[in-house]
Design a protein around this ligand. Structure first.
Ligand SMILES: [Zn+2]
Length: 326
């Protein structure tokens, strides 16, 4: 049997295979980098990678008595528990899962107003001081936003030496949307690991959303006891669907876009016949299609998908009223 380490929970290992394989491989080879720059917009996955790594490095189950990095085939309580196993968590895992481990999770967070959030030089220096103290814990330092707007040159300079040669048992995770957003001096001292958006073919959220959309259409069709839905009814179904979707999930963004396609498809089928003879209906369908495209573009550009979908359905009702088709 080939050697392997299972640091991360099974969902994360599947979802972020590249990142988790890369880090697990480094642990296995004893070649862990000093700092990993996790890039991508999936904040939750980046946090999970950092926290589960911290759990693996500190958990009672995985800790070896030897010096240096433990190499255990067992999983941390945290990864086991997220994978769905019933475990009683050790103290370290519990603290890490609660984001409250005083010794092994350290965050370098920005301060200031939302528009000018920066990591201060003082906090970067304080982190260097803190890390120079000895501890029995394996420390994971998380720079929540390593983009150069926030982790700007003065504070990065205060930490560069520590990034390059961290004290024993210290590992950095830096988060950013992309490596291009980060100071080159920081990138060159880190290993860049992409934490990409999940391909939507794998998206459970999408199926759930479309399933619930179909179901709602079917239900309201039965309720209306008519052959088809009016534009207003369809718009209401869309609003309800928006409520069911988790806005912050990347998969849900895809789902929102698909819901728009689906809704326009239904309306097209409804009016196909009349649109051929009525120029008003034809114009209405044309405008609706344009509205759909605009809305999908907004979702692609990270405008709040839920607000976009609601805006879409309201604009749709207005179009339908104006065209007299509702
Ligand atoms: Zn544990």
């Amino acid at each position: 049997m080939s050697e392997s380490v299972s640091i991360f929970d099974k969902h994360l290992s599947q979802k972020q295979k590249l990142a988790t394989d890369l880090i697990s491989g480094a642990v296995l080879k004893g070649r862990l980098a000093n700092a990993y720059l996790l890039t991508g917009r999936r904040a939750e996955d980046k946090w999970q990678i950092a926290k589960q790594m911290a759990a693996y490095l500190n958990c009672e189950r995985t800790k070896s008595k030897d010096e240096g990095l433990s190499l255990s085939k067992d999983q941390s309580c945290l990864a086991k528990s997220i994978s769905g196993q019933a475990v009683s968590m050790c103290r370290d895992c519990r603290w890490i899962s609660e984001d409250a481990h005083p010794e092994c999770l350290h965050k370098l967070a920005p301060a200031g107003t939302a528009s000018s959030r920066k990591i201060s030089v003082a906090s970067a220096r304080a982190m260097t001081d803190l890390l120079s103290r000895t501890t029995s814990a394996f420390r994971v330092v998380i720079v929540e936003d390593a983009s150069q707007d926030v982790f700007h040159r003065p504070s990065a300079n205060a930490l560069l030496k520590t990034l390059e040669e961290p004290p024993a048992n210290t590992l950095f995770f830096l988060f950013a949307d992309s490596a291009e957003a980060v100071l080159p001096t920081v990138v060159s001292r880190s290993q860049v690991v992409p934490v990409p958006q999940v391909p939507f073919s794998d998206a459970d959220a999408l199926e759930v959303a479309l399933f619930s959309f179909h179901k709602q259409i079917k239900d309201s069709k039965q309720k209306a006891a008519r052959g088809c839905l009016s534009a207003i009814e369809l718009a209401q179904v869309i609003m309800k669907t928006a409520d069911d979707l988790v806005e912050e999930d990347e998969n849900a963004r895809v789902a929102y876009a698909r819901v728009i396609d689906h809704a326009i498809g239904e309306e097209y089928l409804r009016l196909k016949e009349s649109a051929i003879s009525s120029s008003a209906d034809a114009q209405y369908l044309h405008d609706l299609l344009k509205l759909g495209q605009d809305s999908k573009q907004k979702i692609d550009h990270y405008v709040s998908p839920k607000a976009t979908l609601e805006g879409f359905s309201m604009a749709w009702v207005q179009l339908a009223h104006a065209a007299g088709v509702s």
